[in-house]
Design a binder for this molecule. Sequence first.
Ligand code: SF4
Length: 503
Amino acid sequence: MKHINLDLPEVQVRELRLGTITGYQGNAADLVEGSSCGMKDTKRSFQQCLGCSTSQAACMVTLIRDAAVISHGPVGCSTCLHEFAFTYRVNAPLRGVENPTARHIISTNLDENDTVYGGAQKLKEAIKTAYDRAQPNAIFILTTCAAGIIGDDVEAISEEAEKQYGIPVVAIFCEGFRSRVWTSGFDSSYHGIARKIVGQPKERRKDVINVINFWGTDVFDRWFEPLGAKPNFITPYSTVDSLRHSSESAATVVVCKSLGSYLSAALESEYGVPAVKTPPPYGIAQTEKWYLELADILDKRAEAEAFLAEEKAKWLPLVDELRFKLKGKKAYVTAGAAHGHALLSILGELGLESVGASIFHHDQKDDSGAEDFCSLDAAVTEYGDVDNYQVCNKQEFELVNQLNRVDPDILLARHGGMTLWGAKFGIPSLLIGDEHFSMGFEGLYKYGTEILNAIENDEFVKNFSQHAVNPYTKWWLEQKPNAFHEAPKKKKDKKAKAQQTAV
Ligand code: SF4
């Protein structure tokens, strides 16, 4: 089924498009199998707060060098944009950006009056201010819950402004209340980019490969060199012009399917740019498969095989040494879906036992329509099943409950704030935000070294746990981690229903 329709201003949320679920407790293999038949999501009778799609959309458009971004809503909803302005500045050296340009971020600051009389006028003024002050090459408008509830016609306003100012003015529909899966916000921002920024290709360039990523260190220059190509990063540190020409690239790769699967599918189906379907290069098996699939698209298999052989000869003996030192250690993972699966692959490759995982969502389909898209399936097939696998959209009380039961030697996390829970239990915890750090054979060695360092230097967390206050009670820690999951409602059979009606 085709999920991409660039004629529509909005993209469907993941629950509807990809059958994404946010609650599951069991093992990974059963989840993979159940997903192939389509599983229903599990609701919770109690839950803690969630992430917001606006934040994920902001994460992608705030990092475009020559664009301005407007948050159309109360000022509080715009705080995440400032957080990404900080990200833009501090990560610039990782990508060789010497003079990061100032970010141009505006909030329409909707208040109570506006929720009664509408916020259209404030939005028009904000667009004018953004244009006059920043002279941007594009303006992105992020919608928020308040704007969605009062029903401002953001699409019509952006169309009108586009004609007035002669630059793309892109409405991105990412109100937090639309979805329990906050990664829907990535899709919203990419939908806007694919509709309004990406242009029709005038040529097909063999020397450029799109890389849909966050803001990690550039490892792709070196990898693409044997293929005679350069990376075109989307979107951090891109320009409106480089995004426009992304339709001319030879191929698209994603570093995280949770992040980039929608845009890579849109670039393929709407602009003819082939997307690499193999999950990203984490672990030996996936790295080889991924690189060869990319090389085949560029007709460079021989060059790719030579590069892989060189890399393996250099790094795999070192990985073997690490395996020996890490043997028998138990690890627990908490991360977003695709990156969490990547970490499971890395653990399998390094010979650690994955004793459990708290993963933020699970997609049951892929926008490309590919059957073998699932990186969890790839990890389970290659490295075995994972017990204590939970899908929990950052419900920290469920993570804490399970962590307490499985008592791993190390906790691996991808998001800030999560390693705290490992430390409270005296578990060495490792947070690496650079998503490129553990890629390829070199990444496997570097990440394994960090794991070993964290396990061997556990004095701080052991000491910390003696003094830490855990807000969760003994009662909660003794409950099952999914105690607040509601069982799916059973359909009453017709006979029982008829008897009940007769009574
Ligand atoms: S959930 Fe709604 S109100 Fe909260 S930050 Fe997101 S858009 Fe704003």
